[in-house]
Design a binder for this molecule. Structure first.
Ligand code: NDP
Length: 263
């Protein structure tokens, strides 16, 4: 039997076991996906091999530690500096980032976009900034404080703090902050957000499973929008393809994994 897990702290809320186990069961794959609570990211690699895992996902706050732990990092994860999917390959730990391409798949229904404003400057913001730039959608970063902006400045992205921000017109407004996750905060000032949304074509909140204050303001602006569940689904589909070594396509996996959202 193949064994997979998700590492995180906290991890009890994760939907990934249900998503992946639904696919394994439906396709008749002899595999099992569990949760592993890990508080020390430095123990990721030894825990992975001690559990004899075939693969894993990594969530908050260990994606950067996972990047460091890998023997080899492939694809867009190299630029992002964060890994959310691990695969065992001939005794080596291989790292990927499926959040980036998962987000890009999730926004396809919005049609053509030329620029975007990313609220927040954490690991998720990095993944989104890189993938948007790859697809010729110019991202601008707006963060509450300065420290996390250095990655974006070093990589040539236009980036601002609340104090230095000079608003422009953006096709898409994306919330990648954790504001609204377990509180009732907006990621930026409400008047500014309303003005930005009045000029935008669409909006995304990467948080899923609840209507955040950000999404409530978006709804009032009557824009097309998505919460984070589409990104969650798409990153999971891409991880599952890696887990099963390309045995099944995204078209085969996606409807099955989507069904797990209704369970
Ligand atoms: P990080 O901890 O790396 O970054 C958090 C960011 O949020 C920072 O920029 C921080 O600003 C900002 N922030 C936190 N609180 C506030 C606030 N009250 N007001 C304004 N800004 C705030 O988080 P991640 O990038 O790892 O994750 C961010 C979110 O994305 C989480 O909610 C996570 O659940 C979600 N996520 C969803 C996924 C999906 O599949 N849908 C996948 C991955 C993540 P500062 O620098 O000033 O502290």
């Amino acid at each position: 039997m193949k064994i997979f897990t998700i590492f995180g702290d906290p991890v009890s809320h994760s939907r990934s076991p249900l998503m992946h186990n639904t696919v394994f069961k439906t396709l008749g794959i002899n595999a099992c996906y569990t949760r592993t609570h890990l508080d020390d990211g430095a123990l990721l690699k030894e825990t992975f091999f001690a559990k004899k895992l075939n693969g894993a996902n990594v969530t908050v706050p260990h994606k950067e530690a996972a990047f460091q732990a890998c023997d080899e990092v492939r694809g867009v994860a190299k630029e992002i500096g964060a890994v959310n999917t691990l695969i065992e390959e001939n005794g080596r730990l291989i790292g990927y980032n499926t959040d980036a391409d998962g987000f890009y798949s999730a926004i396809q229904s919005f049609g053509s976009l030329s620029n975007a404003l990313i609220l927040g400057a954490g690991g998720t913001a990095r993944a989104l900034a890189i993938v948007l730039r790859h697809h010729n959608i110019t991202p601008t970063i707006l963060n509450r404080s300065k420290n996390r902006l250095s990655y974006f400045q070093d990589n040539g992205f236009e980036s601002y703090t609340w104090e230095t921000f000079m608003p422009n017109t953006y096709d898409m407004i994306i919330n990648t902050t954790s504001a609204g996750l377990s509180d009732n905060h907006l990621p930026i000032d409400e008047t500014l957000l309303t003005t930005l949304l009045s000029r935008a074509k669409c909006a995304v909140d990467v948080i899923y499973g609840k209507e955040t204050p950000f999404l409530s303001v978006v709804k009032k602006a009557s824009l097309p929008y998505k919460d984070g569940s589409n990104m969650l689904l798409e990153q999971g589909v891409l991880a599952n393809i890696l887990f099963l070594n390309n045995q099944f396509s995204a078209q085969e996996i996606e409807p099955i994994m989507h069904r797990s959202f209704l369970l």
